[in-house]
Design a protein around this ligand. Structure first.
Ligand code: CA
Length: 231
């Protein structure tokens, strides 16, 4: 069995123990570091599949560590889930900006943690294999990338080019949060004919046309948007 490796970076021993216990119980190979400098050395040596990274660390902070790992060709494929304090939206925006794959806010239950870890590993696997289906199906929504066609059930939805790109991008990463800045550069970056560079306007347009309640694209207050992963 291919055992996935996880490195936990956490300076509070009690929290570390709980996280480690729960992830080991799920069958992951778990190692840990309690500060940024040791964490960097450990990740470089072990090249884990995933790093669970507390942002509040002594020495090198989590944002800096995350940026360093995501810039280094050797470690940039390690998936990173940042652990943030509740209500620290600015940290989340910074972390996503330097390449973190997801975040989870304290306090969280072991169950939430395990679910998040599994979701991020699963998404990572799809990206790695380059498995990009021509037709993305999420619940009632289907997006046919070769025909530029979007449907909700049997109903065809006419989107603008920018709306299509945004929806397609978000739908390619269900459950993953993106900041407005990331959506502009990653989803619409090479679109030279965008009339409106205001992401909120496009998202509103998509929601209105899809007519789905609750909307598939969720607003994450103070951070950005994500495609739901509950279907
Ligand atoms: Ca801490």
């Amino acid at each position: 069995m291919n055992q996935k490796k996880i490195v936990i970076v956490e300076d509070e021993p009690d929290i570390l123990e709980v996280l480690s216990y729960n992830l080991k119980r799920e069958g992951y190979k778990v190692q840990s570091a309690s500060d940024g400098v040791n964490a960097l050395a450990l990740v470089r040596r072990e090249l884990p599949d995933l790093v669970l990274l507390d942002l509040m660390l002594p020495g090198m902070d989590g944002i800096e560590l995350c940026g360093t790992l995501k810039k280094d060709p050797q470690t940039q494929h390690c998936l990173i889930i940042m652990v943030t304090a509740k209500g620290e939206e600015s940290d989340i925006v910074l972390g996503l900006g330097v390449g973190a794959d997801d975040y989870i806010a304290k306090p969280f239950s072991p169950r939430e943690l395990v679910a998040r870890v599994k979701a991020v590993l699963r998404r990572g696997l799809l990206v790695e294999r380059g498995e990009q289906d021509e037709v993305i199906k999420l619940g009632e929504l289907s997006i046919d990338t070769s025909k530029y066609k979007v449907q909700v059930g049997e109903r065809e939805v006419k989107l603008t080019a920018s709306e299509f790109k945004l929806l397609h991008f978000l739908a390619s990463y269900p459950g993953r949060v993106f900041t407005r800045e990331q959506l502009l550069s990653k989803a619409l970056g090479d679109d030279v004919v965008i009339v409106d560079r205001n992401i909120d306007v496009h998202i509103r347009g998509i929601r209105k046309k899809l007519e789905l309640e609750p909307p598939l694209i969720e607003t994450i207050r103070g951070v950005g948007y994500r495609m739901t992963d509950h279907f």
